[in-house]
Write a protein that binds this ligand. Sequence first.
Ligand SMILES: Nc1ncnc2c1ncn2[C@@H]1O[C@H](COP(=O)(O)OP(=O)(O)OP(=O)(O)O)[C@@H](O)[C@H]1O
Length: 766
Amino acid sequence: MAILSKPFRPPNLSRQNSVILVLATILLLRAKLASLPQALIRKLSVAARWTRLSPEEVADALQRVYLKEADGTKTLLVPYQDHLSMVNIQPTPKAKFEADAPHFPPIPVASKAKPNIDIAFLRQLRAILFRVAFPKFRSKETLIVLSHSFFLVLRTVLSIAVAHLDGRIVRDLVSADGKGFLKGLGLWFLLAIPSTYTNSMIRHLQSKLSLRLRTRLTRYIHDLYLSSSPDLRYYRSGLEGIDQYITADVEAWADALSVLYGNLLKPSLDLLLFTSQLSRSLGLRGTILLFVNYYATVSILKAVTPAFGRLASVEAKLEGEYRAGMGRLGREAEEIAFYDGGARERDILTRAYMRLIKHVNSIYKIRIAYEWTEDYVIKYLWSAAGYGLIAVPLLYTRTKRSLGLPTKGRNASDEVVAGRTETYISNRRLLLSLADAGGRLMYAYKDLLELAGLTTRLYTLLSTLHNLPQLPTGTNGSEGTVELVHVDVTIPTAGVTDNESDAASDSSANAKTTTLVSDLSFVLKEGEHLMITGSNGVGKTSVARILAGLWAPEGPFAHVKRPADGSDGRMGLFVVPQRSYMVTGSLLDQMIYPHSYADFLESGKTLDDMMKILEMVFLAYLPEREGGWWTRKEWRDVLSGGEKQRMAMARVFYHRPQFAVLDECTSAVSSDVEGRMYEHAKSLGITLITISLRPSLMKYHTRLLTLVGNGTSEWTLSRAGTAEERMGVDKEIAVLEGKLSEVKEWEERLKVLDGLLAVQVPIDDV
Ligand SMILES: Nc1ncnc2c1ncn2[C@@H]1O[C@H](COP(=O)(O)OP(=O)(O)OP(=O)(O)O)[C@@H](O)[C@H]1O
């Protein structure tokens, strides 16, 4: 064996020295850069769109949120300490989503529950990777992967150098070569510098890659999910626990993928390079043994590996259910407190938590058997194989020697022993690294299964969002007209549900559709105020859903025309829903929703105008009470029910749309204030479509749509009377109200009379 017959020289150590030299130079340069004068760094920072700001400017940026750029994109202003980071946001174009949709076909129901490493998984991974995570080859992500790969390769090269150096140091020690020993030790310390630096760079780049992947996915999903009308995917997706998919699952997927890349690439490289290094000293027999060892390990572990993919996917789902329960509790805390429902909620949450914990526990139990086998195979089987393999060259040489190889006395024998020790130490270290690489590859297999589970979840999210049936856009009518012709108002069947509810979704697909109102037709021109009435649950809000484009109009000849936005920028249709919604932000943000501060500035309105609007809804006291326009609070809790409804009317006055659908949005407002708000809306030229059960609101409308209900889907449309007729009714109501107000006086008088009659007159007086 050549390696034993001549003393070992670490191969290419001079080349390694130059690598070390280059790395040391980079490190020194890095340190030098860090000590550059502050002024220069600041200049560089400014060039990188970072600006140092005063606290007032930071507060202003917080309010402003983003700047509109000339090319139509937005630059988000992200205050960070006393700086402002400006992030240019390029929204994903609609065409990109259209091009991506065919790459995300729905998952066949049968394969949903069993994520595995198979063709389906590879297809899903390919779609996510190359359509979303790495859409272009020339991207920052690619650069990170390349640098990551460079450091991974470097780490393996350095490991081999360390193994050889280890052998050389021990050889010099055994052969009492003090000079060689010290030189080896010096090299050892030098080699430690790039080795440790490489390790931290691998970790750093791995985290960076994970973060970049997460950001890419998150931004793509945000653009897809929060799509404007007519897509409204956030409203229509029907995916249970979608917050878990978008937050925790995306993060877990990005982490799993970046870790896996390192865990697959490095050990694979290690296996390749270490095996090639070892085979040089092990010969053909040893190399064959090495491969037999690999094969045995893979076969044993494959046989005992549980379905980690499915387990990870179910765990994410249960985690999502528990989180969603906690979120609901936080949102509805006051209602629950009024009912004193803490104990009931605790039971519900504990149940969700116990389901999660039971599942996680079962995973731990399943893991015991797997990890036991894994440890046994990797630590003990590999070590035993290692000893066997190391023995090959040693025993082979001894045989050679006994066959009459030349020996040159004591010195030659020492040299042979030193050389053998060196081989032993180098090979042992390489074998240990090999065992470690093998172990990590096996772990990577487990990680790969878990990645398969997360990939299925992520793919489910993306394919659900991409495959939502298109809603008919509802052609834009001319300005100032709402048209609804031959429309059946039907409750849409359930959207896509997750794995466990497949059966439910299947049955719901076959379920009979419920028609709330059939063949509804009306045309409204500007100034024709419509009131929609009918008993609870009859479908009043559903008509508004169709008008706003949330539900599809059904029926063979159905068509809907919504008013186009005015040439003066006036919105066509604005809906105020039954439940008040308060956005996160300042008091001003509540009034201008869904406008942003930038839109407000663009609208040319001033805070004085806003104050006048607040006066119209009788909330003029709010800015002072709450500490100004810029106060940021949890407005959902701060404002009373009636105040929230008045705020919603303030939004109507701010936007001044052509048509406003008011869905019982003044039910908690006193009648006199409600009346004045209605009058004001009409004076602003807003045509009202009111959904209400209050007959007192009739007088503000000219047409009345009554949904009959009672199991029928009938409706009637009538005129709400002429102005004179309404005036007559109003007069009659006023007379009756006047008479009713006298009832109390009459009752008092009656009591007095009763008292007089009850007085006993003495007989003597008669
Ligand atoms: N997303 C939905 N899924 C299933 N059923 C729904 C959905 N939305 C509404 N419905 C059902 O449709 C029916 C009509 O609902 P809608 O909200 O239009 O009633 P409404 O007439 O406005 O009632 P109310 O006066 O109580 O507000 C109700 O029975 C309701 O349960």
